[in-house]
Design a protein around this ligand. Structure first.
Ligand code: ASP
Length: 355
């Protein structure tokens, strides 16, 4: 009985609204599409070949290729860059973040979709997660197959990304990545296959939700500080400090660590073996650089799992930071932003726990 009364209340409320207000409630959300390139804008000479070139198709062609998305949102597009994401760089990052912050501050923009390559989408998404100042949905999407391929995955990924960006329930969950029907958080996703359409996983933190033909279901909120709760800002920032990633391996010596510092790195992230570990020679070189003021983070080359402080390596004694659950490529993003503000080891370790 009570259930029936509850169902009637919204119907009655709607019936009592003036016609103009009902019309306004039905207006489509406004979504801006920012294109950066990638395979989703890639083209090949035939529809059944592996070789292709990223970043060939412009944003207007992308929008025109998925007319179904016009039922979900009013869309307009802007071309930020047109590159394979293996070439993603600071200049594009700063331009993209600045433009998103301008757009989300506009009252008539409800959400933003960014088309991107899959290779570094997790880095761009995590960067934006730390520097975008809005709860409005900001959604990245990509594809594994170029637009010309048989069974191209880009059009449906794009459709689903627009659906999520237009969905009020997506707000306040941090920057999202929508690929292959799954909604990932920027801090959790990682690319796990070089070629498979099902390449992205969110180990440890899990999926934010799923989306099937535009119907989204959300399972969780944001994990880790982000967007409006982030202490990072790009105000006045024109460049980011250099941080290099060094992968640990059997028989590693300290040459690459020292070489990175000689090349100008202010911070180093180790993609360590196992729990962020490395050879004694590697650790000696790292600790020596840490002593000289280079901020050194231990992450892992393993796809999933935490890197814990003082577990196998004495971080307190050697002056090192443990990455917690951030992989090496995202640790690099966080450390670059951290170095804009601080070199205090306690502060940087706190950032790795909180973000
Ligand atoms: N190399 C391409 C890129 O990241 C791969 C892709 O988009 O799937 O731009």
């Amino acid at each position: 009985m009570l259930r029936n009364v509850r169902c009637l209340v919204p119907v009655l409320a709607l019936a009592l609204l003036p016609v103009g207000v009902v019309g306004a409630a039905e207006k489509l959300p406004n979504v801006v599409v920012l294109a950066t390139g990638g395979t989703i804008a890639g083209a090949a000479a035939t529809d059944v070949q592996a070789g292709y070139t990223s970043g060939q198709v412009g944003v207007e062609q992308l929008l025109a290729a998925v007319p179904q998305a016009k039922k979900l949102a009013n869309m307009r597009g802007e071309q930020i860059s047109n590159i394979g994401s293996q070439d993603m760089n600071d200049e594009v990052w700063l331009k993209l973040a600045k433009r998103i912050n301008e757009l989300v501050a506009m009252p008539d923009v409800d959400g933003v979709v960014i088309t991107h390559g899959t290779d570094t989408i997790e880095e761009t998404a995590y960067f934006l997660n730390l520097v975008v100042k809005s709860k409005k949905p900001v959604v990245l999407t990509a594809s594994m197959r170029p637009s010309t391929a048989l069974s191209a995955d880009g059009p449906l990924n794009f459709f689903n990304a627009v659906a999520v960006a237009a969905n009020k329930d997506a707000a306040g969950r941090g920057v999202l990545v929508v690929v292959n029907d799954w909604i990932h958080g920027a801090s959790s996703l990682t690319k796990t296959s070089t070629t498979a359409v099902q390449t992205f996983l969110s180990p440890l933190r899990g999926l934010v939700g799923t989306v099937a033909y535009g119907e989204a279901e959300f399972y969780r909120g944001a994990v880790g500080r982000n967007t409006v709760d982030s202490e990072f800002s790009l105000d006045g920032v024109t460049s980011l400090p250099r941080v290099d990633i060094v992968m640990a391996h059997a028989n590693m010596d300290g040459a690459i660590i020292d070489g990175a510092v000689a090349a100008g790195a202010k911070g180093i992230v180790i993609a360590g073996v196992g729990n962020g570990n490395m050879t004694k020679a590697g650790l000696d070189a790292l600790a020596a650089q840490a002593k000289k003021g280079i901020v050194c983070v231990r992450s892992t080359r393993v796809t999933t799992g935490l890197v814990g402080r003082n577990v196998e390596v004495d971080d307190d004694k050697l002056g090192l930071i443990a990455s917690d659950d951030l992989n090496a490529q995202k640790s690099r993003v966080l450390l670059r932003l951290a170095l804009l503000k601080t070199r205090s080891l306690a502060d940087v370790q706190r950032l790795f726990i909180e973000y």
